[in-house]
Design a protein around this ligand. Sequence first.
Ligand code: CTP
Length: 409
Amino acid sequence: MLTGRRIVLGVTGGIAAYRAAELVRWYVKAGAEVQVVMTDAARQFVTPLTFQTLSGNPVHYELFNLIQERDIGHIALADRAELLVVAPATANLVGKVAGGLADDLLTTTILATRAPVLLAPAMNSNMWANPLYQQNQARLAAAGFHFVDPVVGLLACGWEGQGKMAEPATIFEESVRLLSPQDLAGETLLITAGPTREELDPVRFLSNYSSGKMGYAIARAARRRGARVLLVSGPTALEPPAGVEYCGVTSAEQMRQAVLERLAESSVIVKAAAVADYRPASRAGQKIKKGVGSRTTLELEQTPDILAELGGKKAQRLLVGFAAETEQVLEHARRKLEAKNLDLIVANDVSAADAGFEVDTNRVTLLYRGGRVEEWLLLDKLAVAHRLLDRIRALRRGEPLPEPGCAGQ
Ligand code: CTP
């Protein structure tokens, strides 16, 4: 995902410096080339050897190191970087950069680079709230610097409050966004994901095996590409991707309400959720007791078909559905495309072991309004998401779609 991308990671002197090691792992795992620059204070917290081992590159910390100067020169770091991240960024570092200072290797690199700079501040909550600090951050934000704000948590000083460095996963996500083409900027994607649960009584429900992985992958990919993402999700074990506006729901009716509330804001709707088709006709207020007979009957009623309802309110929006099938995949999907007034439906055979629910891969066929069909080979769900977003983008802009046929090699 970041193969060959050149990231310079600045580490400053705060206790969160040890979490920067985790961030290096994320970048390296994604294929990036990471050069770490440490301040003197950072080296009090973590040794350069840690970062050298994780990044596979020598760690930089002297402004005029003779050997490193001969090899790359201190400005070369700034020139080569495609993204410069500082995590953690202390109040001191932010203050120095806001003042235009360049008195060590890191501040010099920041001042000299033309790459986007992402800062993940971490500090005591009073320092964070101090107007002098806030003015410095606002000044840098106005100059085009990017920030991942600290979160509320227990701080090293014993205080509880805002100042804890954001999770490495969040900083990583923002880094990927800054390195991605923002070709979906201006679009608002309303994405549904996961299963719904239809309650029978206080301890039981009807549901399905949907993990939410496909919908979350689309949300993550769209956010990385600059879209505003509204994710309405049934219960899943997944963390919502950083930067998406998340709304958790349980039942089909709650999902319907959440979707209708967000409809006016959206330009594209992707319904990847596996909505339960039926719910108990009534929900028992107390736990249903075992009866005397060996059989029992549940009375079920249909849930609202959210996508069909959206098909009637489509206006200029692009409407994309999913079809989870176990047989006659294309026939059933074609029928849903037409019945629900969709632009595109993504059909998959959920009975296959490597596609559909729970797994990380998917093998899908796209059916478009007008008869076009695209059959894709097995792909990672994030790759399916990006390809689908390529199609969505082309449809939104009225641009030609790639040649149909078998894709995914
Ligand atoms: N869908 C929906 N509301 C429902 C049922 C389905 O919005 N009550 C949406 C799903 O999110 C999906 C599409 O409709 O995008 C197709 O869902 P699927 O479960 O494959 O088909 P159904 O329409 O429910 O038909 P069937 O269960 O008979 O296959």
